[in-house]
Write a protein that binds this ligand. Sequence first.
Ligand SMILES: [Mg+2]
Length: 302
Amino acid sequence: MNEPTNATDAKPAIFLDRDGTLNLDLVGYVRTVEDFHLLEGVGQALRRLRAAGYLLVVVTNQACLAKGLLSEQGLKEIHDHMEHLLGEEAVSLDGIYFCPDHPEGTVKKYRGQNDRRKPEPGMILEAAEHLSIDLSKSWMIGDTSRDSRAGKRAGCRTILLTGAELSEEQLDQPADTQHADFTAENLLDAAEIVIQQDIGPAQGQQLPQKKPFRQRPTELDTRQLLSDILRELRHQRIAPQHREFSISKMLAGMAQCGVFLCLIMAYVAFSYWSGRALLICLMIGLTLQMMVVALLLVHRSS
Ligand SMILES: [Mg+2]
């Protein structure tokens, strides 16, 4: 354990979530370099924050490792690519911290819960210790309430991004904005909030307010919606087919065939046989029809 940071040496930092904050998060997990695309304005936002004197540190949950979807080497290649893209934007990161664990992971060494996985603050505290960061002068910026809660627990101020790339969590739980000190549409707006809060608004500029959630019909919204629909269809593709079949439904089908057979026999009895045979056929057919109704009710309730 390192010695506590001397407050006079400690630097302010911006802790950044990765997916949905720095890059597009449209496919659930970024598994390849080709999946990684920086969001518009990210380079400019980070340059502004760097110029204002903040360290830039990425803290990201990467449960895809726990789920066996990506190796540590694959993640390193993606992060190398991210730093290359940021380098082209004339900005660099001071640290990248990731948590590969997940309570339901299929890879044994990554299965479990710990204090590094957001919303726990472990990665932020770890970075603060390594890089001599003053958490009270720092910010956590991310696109989910997990990021805001982690930042709050670490003692940072927080900004929740609510822009075009709304996450499933934000769509389901807009009330989670309560964990954030500010909301911003994108990282560039968030950088503006940070600078105005800590350095002061430029002359004539208004201080940004906590913005309400709003959804705009942009192309990215449409892509997000299509992605969500596809993911939901993939999840439900097999289950509904299984739910359609049941023993009671099969027996109902067989009984319905019996009803049709009884009707044919009743017609033959009416034409060629006695009235008693006709009555028997109709009684059997009626009984079978009642069985069909009962079996279908059992199928629906199961
Ligand atoms: Mg995110």
